[in-house]
Write a protein that binds this ligand. Structure first.
Ligand code: AMP
Length: 483
C-alpha cells in the first residue's frame, strides 16, 4: 500500500514525501482509512510504530475542509501524558501540515500563562496539550471547543497511569458530542477499555503486532553485574564502543541521573542528564544538544525520556532496571527509530530475577545474557534461554520472589485527584525521586534500602495491564514519587 492509496490530500502527500516516507507503517495503513471515514478508533500501537502520523494525517485531512462553525477555537485536540510527547506531536503536526498553513498551539505545564493566554486568544487549528494545564485554561474559560471535530488521546494508558483520568474525562465532556475520538494506547484492556466505552462511539479496534512493535529491530542484551563498581566499569566500556553513536542511559532516580552524568563527564564522555527537576528550558536545551550530536550520552529517568525521538541513538542502556515492565518497552523504543536497528543493554544484579521475569513476561521475549571478556560477573548467571519465546527464566538470582512481583511491599493507591500530588507536568516532581549519590569514585556500598545497584524490592506491577487488571492498582504515590 502507498500513501496515495490512503486518499490523503496532495499537500499532505507532498509533506510525507519530503519527510522521506515511502510507505505507510502497519498502524498508518489500518488507522488512517478508518479515521478518514469518520470512525472512532481504539488502537493499540507502541511508540516507534509511526502512531503519531497515524492520527495527525487524518486530523490534517479534516483541516483541508473549512470548518462549518465560525469560531477561533481548536478543531483538533491532542492530549498527551507528558510535555516531551506533546512537543513531538506538535513537531509532527508542523512537519506533515506545513503546506496547509495549519496553526498549531502547544499548551503545557511549566510554561508561563500569559503567553499561553495570548496563543489561545488567536485562531487555533490543532491544540496539543497535557491535561492538567489544559484544565486550568478550561476552568478560566479561555478555551472555546465549539468547533472541535476530533479528540485524540495519545498514550492513553500512560495518562491513566499518571492520574489524568478525571482531567481527560472532564476535557472530553467539554467538547462537542459530535466529535470524533481516536484513542491510542499500548494496551486496550481493563481500565482503557472502560474509558473507551465512556468516551468513544462504536470504535473500530486496531491492534498492531508488527515486527517493529515487537522491537525485532532492537537487539536486547542482558548483562549481569556484581556491584556498582562493576556496573560503572561495564558502562564505561560500552560507551567507548566505536559502534555506539549516541546512547540513552536510564537510571532509577533524578539524583542518580545527575550524578551519573557528572561522573561520565569526568571520565571524558560528552554526557548530560535529563529529568523532571530540570525546567522546560533546560530540558529543551539538552534535547537540542542531543539532536545536534553535542551530547553523546544522555542519562535520563523514565518520565523525562518518554517520547524522545532522536535517530542517532544506537544504544539504550538500562543502568537500573525499570520498576515497571512497560517502561522497559518505552525505554528500548528510544533506539531503532525510523527503520534503524538498535541495541538495548540491561544491567541486572543477581537480585533482579523477579524484575527480569516480569519484563520478559510482558514483552513475550527472552533477553539474552551477554558478557564482556575480562569483565564477566563473579556470580554464575542463569543459563541462556534461547528459543524460549516467553516465560520466566529462573536463573540463580537469589531466592524466588526476592524483589519480584507481589512481594510484601505495599500496593500503592491510585492517583485519584488532580490535587492529590504534584504532577509531572507541573514541575516534574512526581514519579521521580531523590537518592543519595552513589556514583562517587569510591562507589560506596548502598544503603539497606537498596540491593546491588538497584532499589529495594518494590511492587513490580508488570502483570497489571496484560492481565487487564484495574488501573486503580496502578502507579501512585508510593513508588511513583521516587522516580
Ligand atoms: P512514532 O511511533 O509516531 O513515535 O514514530 C516513530 C518514528 O517513525 C518517527 O521518527 C517518525 O518520523 C517515523 N515514521 C513515521 N511514519 C513513517 C513512515 N511511514 N515511514 C518511515 N518512518 C516513519
Amino acid at each position: 500500500m502507498s500513501f496515495e492509496d490512503l486518499k490523503l490530500h496532495p499537500t499532505i502527500l507532498k509533506s510525507i514525501a519530503e519527510a522521506g516516507y515511502t510507505a505507510p507503517t502497519p498502524i498508518q495503513e489500518q488507522a488512517i482509512p478508518e479515521a478518514i471515514a469518520g470512525h472512532d478508533l481504539m488502537a493499540s500501537a507502541q511508540t516507534g510504530t509511526g502512531k503519531t502520523a497515524a492520527f495527525i494525517l487524518p486530523a490534517l485531512q479534516k483541516l483541508t475542509e473549512p470548518s462549518p462553525v465560525h469560531s477561533r477555537g481548536p478543531r483538533i485536540l491532542v492530549l498527551t501524558p507528558t510535555r516531551e510527547l506533546a512537543n513531538q506531536v506538535n513537531e509532527a503536526a508542523w512537519k506533515y501540515g506545513k503546506g496547509l498553513r495549519v496553526k498549531t498551539v502547544c499548551i503545557l505545564g511549566g510554561m508561563p500563562y500569559p503567553l499561553q493566554n495570548k496563543l489561545l486568544s488567536q485562531p487555533v487549528d490543532i491544540l496539543v496539550a497535557t491535561p492538567g494545564r489544559l484544565i486550568d485554561h478550561l476552568e478560566r474559560g479561555r478555551i472555546d471547543f465549539s468547533r472541535l471535530e476530533m479528540l485524540v488521546l495519545d498514550e492513553a494508558d500512560r495518562m491513566l497511569d499518571m492520574g489524568f483520568i478525571d482531567d481527560v474525562e472532564r476535557i472530553a465532556a467539554a467538547t462537542p458530542a459530535t466529535r470524533q475520538t481516536l484513542l491510542f494506547s499500548a494496551t486496550l484492556d481493563g481500565a482503557i477499555g472502560n474509558l473507551g466505552q465512556r468516551l468513544l462511539k462504536s470504535p473500530k479496534r486496531i491492534s498492531i503486532t508488527a515486527a517493529k512493535a515487537r522491537h525485532e529491530n532492537i537487539e536486547q542484551r542482558l548483562m549481569y553485574v556484581d556491584d556498582m563498581a562493576h556496573k560503572n566499569r561495564l558502562l564505561d566500556h560500552l560507551l567507548r564502543d566505536v559502534d555506539l553513536n549516541q546512547a540513552l542511559v536510564f537510571t532509577a532516580t533524578k539524583r542518580d541521573a545527575d550524578s551519573l552524568a557528572d561522573s561520565l563527564s569526568a571520565q571524558g564522555h560528552a554526557a548530560a542528564a535529563l529529568h523532571g527537576d530540570m525546567n522546560q528550558r533546560e530540558r529543551n536545551r539538552t534535547l537540542v544538544n542531543l539532536r545536534r550530536g553535542n551530547v553523546r550520552v544522555l542519562v535520563a529517568t523514565d518520565v523525562a525520556a518518554r517520547g524522545i525521538d532522536v535517530p542517532g541513538i544506537t544504544h539504550v542502556i538500562n543502568f537500573d532496571l525499570p520498576k515497571f515492565a512497560e517502561d522497559y518497552v518505552h525505554r528500548i523504543g528510544r533506539t531503532g527509530r525510523a527503520g534503524a536497528t538498535g541495541i538495548a543493554v540491561s544491567f541486572a544484579s543477581n537480585r533482579d530475577a523477579g524484575s527480569l521475569r516480569s519484563i520478559e513476561r510482558f514483552t513475550g521475549q527472552t533477553i539474552q545474557p551477554h558478557s564482556i571478556e575480562g569483565m564477566e560477573p563473579k556470580f554464575k548467571p542463569r543459563p541462556a534461554t534461547a528459543g524460549r519465546g516467553t516465560g520466566a527464566p529462573r536463573g540463580n538470582g537469589g531466592p524466588r520472589g526476592t524483589g519480584g512481583p507481589r512481594s510484601a511491599a505495599p500496593r500503592h493507591h491510585a492517583p485519584d485527584s488532580r490535587h492529590g500530588f504534584p504532577r509531572d507536568e507541573r514541575g516534574g516532581q512526581r514519579r521521580e525521586g531523590q537518592s543519595h549519590n552513589r556514583f562517587g569514585n569510591d562507589a560506596r556500598p548502598r544503603s539497606a534500602g537498596e540491593v546491588n545497584g538497584n532499589r529495594a524490592p518494590a511492587p513490580f506491577s508488570a502483570n497489571r495491564r496484560p492481565q487487564g487488571t484495574s488501573f486503580s492498582l496502578g502507579r501512585g504515590h508510593n513508588s511513583g514519587n521516587r522516580r
